[in-house]
Design a protein around this ligand. Structure first.
Ligand code: NAX
Ligand code: ADP
Ligand code: MG
Length: 278
């Protein structure tokens, strides 16, 4: 298992070229946040915007539109049950983040299936939260796309069938190979399984154990893979690293770190890392 180093992150978050515009830094569609879990869509979307994604559109339950816009005027919104609007967006974006706070009822399942039918093979598809559980409980086939799963250990147990106590590198790798997707297994010292290698995060801590911390990471992963396109694995590792790096910084003066506080620190942290590149 390889360690995710600060140097790798410094070399991934490069200084922005000047001859660029919002279309140069990724366009993503976030699909999540039902009428119970609107906060998940807010955190997903805020994390993606603050992590530098050029254009973010959020497909969510309409009851979240006002609160989302009040927190984040930079995102655009569509009703997550509006198939035509989702299809139009899927023709414009480089990446999709689906599942945070999506819920698991029949409407959530219908939305997930629709996105799976219409996502394109060259797009990144970050699958989080409820979407992972829906895939597991309904045994859904995965679409042809660049898939990145972001389960915590309990979601990974449901998806892979491996009980948490038996989630060893060998067992996890076998399950990852079957899925043929990148797996970010979130826990204390998160592990990332790619087709070639396993990487481990050695920073982050219990100050991060707050609801919404994973929703935040999913938005960051979506923003980084669509923005730092030279190497998707380095982009994912950098999102995972920066997320915990900021939490550890906040954790020096706070007992717990709240996702919205972490999100606010993303731009200045990215700047610092971009200034250190070799
Ligand atoms: N503000 C919001 O709207 C929030 C919405 N959320 C959404 O709520 C839905 C349900 O997700 P949950 O994760 O709460 O529920 P789950 O039922 O999937 O899992 C939570 C439980 O799993 C267990 N567990 C074991 N190992 C764990 C690990 N390493 N990390 C985390 N939990 C572990 C814990 O007992 C925990 O209570 C998801 O769609 C999620 O995105 C949550 O993110 C919480 C915040
Ligand atoms: N004790 C801990 N040590 C390190 N990281 C932690 C710890 N507790 C939580 N985290 C991190 O916080 C995030 C929690 O994700 P998740 O459980 O999906 O949150 P949510 O679904 O509530 O948004 C993961 O990135 C996980 O690695
Ligand atoms: Mg989660």
């Amino acid at each position: 298992m390889q360690t995710i180093t600060q140097k790798l992150v410094e070399n991934t978050i490069t200084k922005r070229a000047t001859q660029t515009h919002k279309g140069s830094f990724g366009k993503i569609l976030i699909v999540g946040g039902n009428d119970q879990f609107g906060g998940a869509a807010i955190l997903n979307s805020s994390a993606a915007v603050y992590a530098g994604c050029g254009l973010v559109t959020t497909a969510t339950h309409p009851s979240n539109f006002t609160s989302l816009h009040a927190r984040l005027p930079e995102t655009m919104v569509i009703d997550f049950t509006d198939d035509q609007a989702i299809k139009t967006m899927l023709n414009k974006v480089n990446g999709v983040v689906i599942g945070s706070g999506l819920g698991e009822d029949s409407s959530s399942l219908k939305i997930l299936k629709f996105v799976f039918q219409n996502v394109q093979s060259d797009q990144y598809l970050v699958i989080d939260g409820s979407a992972i559980d829906l895939i597991a409980s309904h045994n859904l086939d995965l679409p042809d796309a660049h898939i990145i799963f972001t389960p915590h250990e309990m979601e990974w147990q449901r998806l892979s069938g491996i009980p948490i106590k038996e989630q060893t590198e060998t067992n996890n790798r076998a399950a990852q190979q079957k899925l043929n997707a990148i797996v970010v297994l979130k826990k204390h010292h998160t592990e990332i399984y790619t087709n070639q290698e396993t990487y481990q995060l050695l920073i982050g801590g219990p100050e991060m154990a707050t609801g919404g911390m994973g929703d935040t990471l999913a938005g960051m992963v979506g923003a980084f893979v669509t923005q730092f396109t030279d190497n998707e694995i380095n982009a994912i590792m950098s999102a995972v690293y920066i997320h915990s790096f900021i939490a550890d910084q906040l954790g020096k003066t706070q007992y717990v770190t709240l996702p919205h506080q972490l999100i606010k620190k993303i731009p200045q942290t990215m700047l610092k890392f971009s200034q250190k590149a070799e």
